[in-house]
Design a binder for this molecule. Structure first.
Ligand code: GMZ
Ligand code: MG
Ligand code: ZN
Length: 176
């Protein structure tokens, strides 16, 4: 199957160092919604793996997070596409969970859900932890320059990391 896994903040929607704490703060990155719709209409399954430590930190609750994901699904559906499984890590950095990126637990959860292998599956992120999670399970690490991507570009990237301007450029590439 054609599976693409996306990080959320900084890839699909604008990110903030103050976290994305409300539906009003959840603002799609230009071209991202259309990119997801184009890919899903072309037969790609687009899943999401997102750290949401703001839950553990008490910045927002599960219902607020769910409202953001409902909005994402609604906007993509309005373009004729659909969003696949969205998995989030609700834990904080000190909780010792197995799902918080750079650990690959969410990627493995998505693979198990779809019954597919991870090696070579593109995982698109804006943070170094996204790329490290990808490498840990032999996904193809893909960095976008949106969100924290330009900051991440200055760090030591996993070997073979692909770099694109944004999610729209990734869709253009995959739909060639
Ligand atoms: O990029 P994804 O995984 O979708 O989500 C990232 C968010 O959960 C937040 O992750 C935080 O990192 P810490 O969780 O505090 O280390 C910060 O980087 C915030 O700026 C960011 O909004
Ligand atoms: Mg991110
Ligand atoms: Zn977790």
């Amino acid at each position: 199957m054609k599976l693409l896994i996306l990080d959320r903040d900084g890839v699909i929607n604008e990110d903030s160092d103050a976290y994305i704490k409300s539906l009003d703060e959840w603002i799609p990155i230009p071209g991202a919604i259309d990119a997801i719709a184009r890919l899903s209409k072309a037969g790609w399954t687009v899943a999401v793996a997102t750290n949401q430590s703001g839950l553990a930190r008490g910045y927002y609750d599960a219902a607020t997070l769910e409202s953001m994901h409902a909005r994402l699904r609604q906007l993509v559906a309005e373009q004729g596409g659909e969003v696949g499984l969205i998995v989030h890590c609700p834990h904080g950095p000190d909780d010792g969970c197995g799902c918080r990126k750079p650990l690959p637990g969410m990627l493995e959860q998505i693979a198990a859900h779809y019954g597919c292998a991870l090696p070579g599956v593109w995982f698109v992120g804006d943070s170094i932890g996204d790329l490290q999670a990808a490498s840990a399970v032999h996904c193809q690490p893909v960095l976008v320059k949106t969100g924290k991507g330009l900051r991440t570009l200055g760090k030591s990237l996993p070997a073979g990391t692909l770099v694109f301007e944004d999610l729209a450029a990734i869709a253009d590439q995959l739909l060639l």
